[in-house]
Design a protein around this ligand. Sequence first.
Ligand code: GDP
Ligand code: MN
Length: 383
Amino acid sequence: MKLLEYSSKEVMKEFGINVQPGFLARNMEEVRQAIDKLNFPVVIKAQVPVGGRGKAGGIKLASNKEEALEKAEKILSMKIKGIPVKKVLVSEAIDIDREFYLGIVIDRRSGKAVVMASAEGGVDIEEVARTKPEAIHKLEVTPRWGLRPFEARELMFKIFDDKKTALKASGFLLKLYSCFAEKDAQLAEINPLALDKQGELWAVDAKILIDDNALPRHPELESLRDMDYADLKELEAKEADLSFVSLDGYIGCCVNGAGLAMATMDIIKKYGGEPANFLDIGGSSRPEKVRKAMEIILRDPKVRSIYFNIFGGITRCDDVAKGLIQAFKELNVKQPVIIRLTGTNEDIARKMLEESGLPLHPVKTMREGAIRAIEMAGEKPLI
Ligand code: GDP
Ligand code: MN
């Protein structure tokens, strides 16, 4: 789960990280209220789930009320990288002297957290990594010990030349590490970490990615979930106890079992098709679950054909058939539905589908199903 800047700062603040005072505003009335509580200059920041907002014009400083209102109005009506801005963070601006970078990520290869620090902050860090990799200092954290104070100091002395600031930054980094570790983050990033003219350090921009698999351990984070940009299909699936991941293709997939779901996507890809989603309706599938799955698939406008691939074990084929028939009655299914049912109560299911008179396209094998799904989506399968 990606936390937007304002939520990331909220979480970081709990760990004692220095964040400038600010308020989230969804409309001009709220912008006005925020401004009244802050000292000028203020900074208005678009809250969208993409980086590079500054360059795109989504971050503006304002030194008085009129200017702030005018800029907030402009930002609230703009799109950044195609994403409409729905809210802004209005904060007291920092008088920035220098900008640094601080980030902690999980390195998939070593399975450890890696701290990254650079004196080249504020800009796109991927760009720095490409053009000037030596400017990024890294430190691998031993999970057993966590980040130790001397390690934090050693790293901070590499990017700050002044001892007092380096020591202050070490404390800052240790807090960021606690935040990262305690919240089961995959990424916790501050860019820029700003040093102001008074020698104070601030998290001017913040980003946290929480490991979705750890979310059950963090019910407190649920309220920070951004509902403006969340994938609603994925959320709804989660509520219905279905595993669902949105993809870019055009074939909606409804499968039971994660392994079979992966195999189904593989076989679609093998014949040149593109799956629109991964969907595992799970083991014992009740008819309502199938109906819900269908509802979620149908909400995706990219879907041009739907492939049901069910291997009946614990899941009984007749239950799936019942769900499908119910779904067809209640939902407006315009796309062709290709269906492969095999296993427990297969015969009963087949008979039920036939008798329902619904325009379903039964197939015998997985391969045949994939090819039909591609054809019926109007594409040419690679055979
Ligand atoms: P991003 O462009 O999406 O990464 O958004 P940031 O929050 O990192 O802001 C981009 C840039 O705007 C920063 O690197 C700063 O140079 C500038 N900026 C943001 N907030 C402030 C602030 O409070 N004071 C000043 N002086 N500049 C700011
Ligand atoms: Mn930034």
